[in-house]
Design a protein around this ligand. Structure first.
Ligand SMILES: [Zn+2]
Length: 492
């Protein structure tokens, strides 16, 4: 049995809107469900004989790129965080990513940052420790203007010290984007968008928009003559189906008890892992997972997620990556066995003889940038930064007001130049401490041997590869059997 696509799309529109309403306090695309019902879903078409990776073009597909077999393909997991970065939220995110990739490097994630309440010293710490910083607009608005997107990017660079060339991704607040949003991103030189939603039948690997959108087609965005933006990538967000087959996209933990959320998530993960190895995503608002006085304790939800992530990390071919790392792999797909050797997967910290304000603990005393941060206060707006405080609070129109300190005066911080990475830049000493192509780095990878049970898989010490895998497979398959019958009514 198969439902007519428009029927499913309408149902999806309604359910997904509900999920967004819970997660960000707003509904996505009001009236979209009615619009989808009124018009048939537009179609996506991409010719693989013309669209080739060698030319920077990738068609939407549920199979791994370049004909790679699923068994040779890394299983990527992308953990993403949305909205402001604040000290307690930062701790929550770090706790979720406290896992090790098969090459011994710590798991990485992507933060889509909006400006209000953001502490820019933490933006820098997130970036310097190997994670990705991406754009989520200045004011946290849907269908944003160029200025909303660019003011955010300018502040991430100016106060967070993230090189402009490393701010490559965007997610629309409330996931409320249109083809105009994608046009803005292309014009502004972004590498990718990650605002669309994917279900089982359109759980595509990331693809370029040379042939337009292949997700959210119920909005009419996929048809011929809609969005065609060669070279701009779309990284779909992969929905998890709950026990009544409702797609849950962000903040799945809001919709069920931790054990339910784990079951739903493992089921979707297993479909990807045993299917086309499409990436699996965990998309959260850390504010929901962080305790505040007077509100219900979110610790069980966070503990459940941490446990889920730990379970996934025990698979020998699972990698926790940023969306930029995922796209680096898409551009040059290598087998899972080769992934750990790729430059973009390494984890190295610069060796710097003294503490500089670079988001790292250079002198290894347990504190990052100790005593070096500027604190900028404007009443309701307060943030720390390694760079100059603005003389007034940044606004959408003026994201970089004049500095309080003048160039050459005491206390002036020198902005990050284009030819030095943040990790090496001393904004007080006005020096790039990497002066050659052979700067000294310290490898921070730790020994990992998942196939020998060395990563906590077989904590009973039995330790063989087959033991470890069978334990996990049993867990996954039990969940799969329970849920497949429910899912089947809608999708099989
Ligand atoms: Zn948001």
């Amino acid at each position: 049995m198969r439902f007519h696509r428009t029927t499913i799309a309408t149902a999806i529109a309604t359910f997904v809107s509900l999920t967004f309403a819970q997660s960000e306090g707003n509904t996505m695309l009001p009236g979209a469900a009615a619009a989808a019902a009124a018009s048939s879903a537009s179609t996506y078409s991409c010719d693989t004989n013309v669209c080739k990776l060698a030319n920077g073009c990738v068609c939407a597909s549920k199979n791994p790129p370049n004909g790679l077999s699923p068994s040779d393909t890394p299983q990527f997991v992308t953990v993403t965080f949305d909205d402001s970065i604040q000290p307690q939220l930062y701790k929550t995110a770090k706790r979720m990513l406290n896992v090790t990739n098969p090459n011994g490097c710590s798991g990485r994630g992507t933060w889509y940052v909006s400006m209000q309440y953001t502490d820019f010293s933490l933006v820098q710490q997130w970036y310097s420790s190997g994670n990705e910083i991406a754009d989520h607009t200045f004011s946290h608005v849907g269908t944003p203007s160029d200025q909303e997107i660019m003011s955010c990017k300018e502040m991430l660079n100016t106060y967070g010290g993230v090189p402009n060339g490393k701010i490559q991704g965007f997610r629309a607040p409330f996931l409320n984007y249109t083809k105009e949003t994608l046009n803005h991103l292309s014009k502004l030189g972004f590498l990718y968008d990650s605002s669309s939603s994917a279900l089982q039948d359109d759980a595509y690997w990331p693809y370029t928009l040379d042939y337009g959108m292949a997700n959210d087609c119920w909005t009419g965005i996929c048809g011929a003559g809609q969005t065609k933006l060669p070279g701009l990538w779309e990284i779909p967000m992969y929905a998890v189906l709950d026990n009544i087959s409702t797609p849950q996209l962000m903040d799945v933990y809001i919709s069920g008890q931790p054990e339910d959320v784990t079951k739903w998530s493992l089921d979707t993960f297993n479909k990807h892992y045993n299917g086309g190895r499409q990436p699996f995503g965990i998309y959260v608002h850390p504010t929901h997972l962080t305790g505040y006085p007077g509100l219900p304790d979110p610790a069980p939800k966070l503990d459940g997620l941490v446990s889920l992530i730990k379970t996934l990390s025990e698979k020998p071919d699972v990698w926790f990556v940023t969306n930029q790392q995922l796209l680096q792999w898409m551009k040059n797909p290598v087998k899972a066995s080769e992934l750990g050797k790729q430059d973009y997967m390494r984890c190295e910290q610069p060796v710097i003889a003294k503490e500089i304000c670079n988001g790292l603990d250079d002198d290894n005393n347990g504190n990052v940038d100790d005593g070096l941060l500027n604190s900028c206060n404007f009443g309701t707006t307060t943030f720390n930064t390694c760079f100059n405080c603005p003389s007034t609070a940044p606004t959408l129109d003026t994201p970089k007001p004049a500095n309080t300190a003048q160039a050459g005066s005491a206390g002036f911080r020198y902005p990050l130049p284009n030819d030095c990475d943040t990790k090496w830049w001393d904004p007080i000493g006005n020096a790039c401490l990497c002066t050659s192509t052979e700067c000294q780095y310290k490898d921070t990878a730790v020994p990992v041997n998942r196939t020998a049970g060395g990563n906590g898989v077989a904590s009973n010490g039995s330790g063989s590869s087959s033991d470890a895998n069978s334990i996990l497979n049993n867990q996954l398959e039990n969940v799969f059997l329970i849920t497949v019958a429910l899912v089947a009514t809608l999708f099989l």
